[in-house]
Design a binder for this molecule. Sequence first.
Ligand code: NDP
Ligand code: MG
Length: 399
Amino acid sequence: MSQSVCILGATGSIGESTLKVLQQHPEQYSVFAVTAYSRLEKLVEICKQFRPQIAVVPSTQQDRLADLFKQHQIDHTEILTDESGLVAVAEHSQVDIVMAAIVGAAGLLPTLAAVKAGKRVLLANKEALVMSGDIMMRAAEQHQALLLPVDSEHNAIFQCLPNGYCQSERTGQPKQGVSRILLTASGGPFLNTSLEQLQTVTPAQACKHPNWSMGQKISVDSATLMNKGLELIEACHLFSILEHFVTVVIHPQSIIHSMVQYVDGSTLAQMGNPDMCTPIAHALAWPNRISTPVDALDVFAHQQLNFQQPDTVKFPALSLARYAMQTGGTAPAILNAANEIAVAAFLQEKIKFTAIPEIVEHTLNTVENMPANSLETILQADQFARNIATQRVSALGLK
Ligand code: NDP
Ligand code: MG
């Protein structure tokens, strides 16, 4: 029977790759709902092609979208708006699978709603899990949601872990023969840029990732290595493992997407061409497999796979994320919020690239850490952190 899919963030890079995979399997999947924030023309094209029943946009865009629908004779798609619309489609009774691919904290409530409705949730929106951590993992357990990682590294780790690993007891200790997780990172566009040169890099340079084509925010996160920091926190929650069992490995080719080590000396790696269609297809079909447009890896074309330690002096974001995870409570939500503000300011050329981790560190040191025992506390920490980070942006801003 065909499964019905809701794509939160359909107009983004992950949304586009998801539609590319779904398009190949029309008999297995149908698109029930799609959401967008600013790219309405793209949304209209999606609605024409995939004929979803619902489209969600901010209420400020509702009239424009209705006009565009009329212009393109789209009468099969109802428009819902704002966060209530996002939550409504995420938990809709007719939806089987939710792709959580909104960027940043804006994805938290709809993703959590999908989890609480017991859906199969394909998690790309790592910020939602970084912020809510145990709350989301406990909700998944309680409501029997299947939370499957789409982030390529976590999807790779999931593939290399023993069967049932994520369903067994959550102790923070590696189990079932696992000893360590090796989380790979490409190192981003500035792997070989000096600390001095980093002071003057531009948003365009930061967004030019050597191996992946992604949205702007995650591209900047990859350049600061904050992406790896967020992924470290994501891995700790998804796989219930303390942060000191996760080693970050720079692997510039992005062919190995992460590894799992076992007590018997085995190291399992998942490899493939760097294309998000692979982890998306894996999470859609797991435990089965479906085809994608991605070519099989040509091992003869990749004669070298290199590995090196990350430079935490040049990229302090990684240590800040480790610190936030060790500290626990609302620290990861504070880290994430400050980073979102700092990245947006860098993209608007208000601050230097190297000010991003500085702002995050300042915010972590300024906002009081609280036990993260409710969603309200987390959202409050997020707001405090945004205020402090915004003040810091003004203080450090380029004249
Ligand atoms: P994009 O910026 O390409 O897309 C983001 C999507 O979210 C768009 O559909 C956008 O709408 C929507 N959106 C943006 N802001 C809001 C908001 N305030 N409210 C509701 N919707 C909003 O990002 P990516 O696709 O690259 O990334 C999405 C998520 O997946 C991120 O969390 C990222 O970290 C994660 N991820 C991405 C990978 C990648 O390869 N791209 C890899 C691994 C994880 P619109 O475009 O219409 O404005
Ligand atoms: Mg990743």
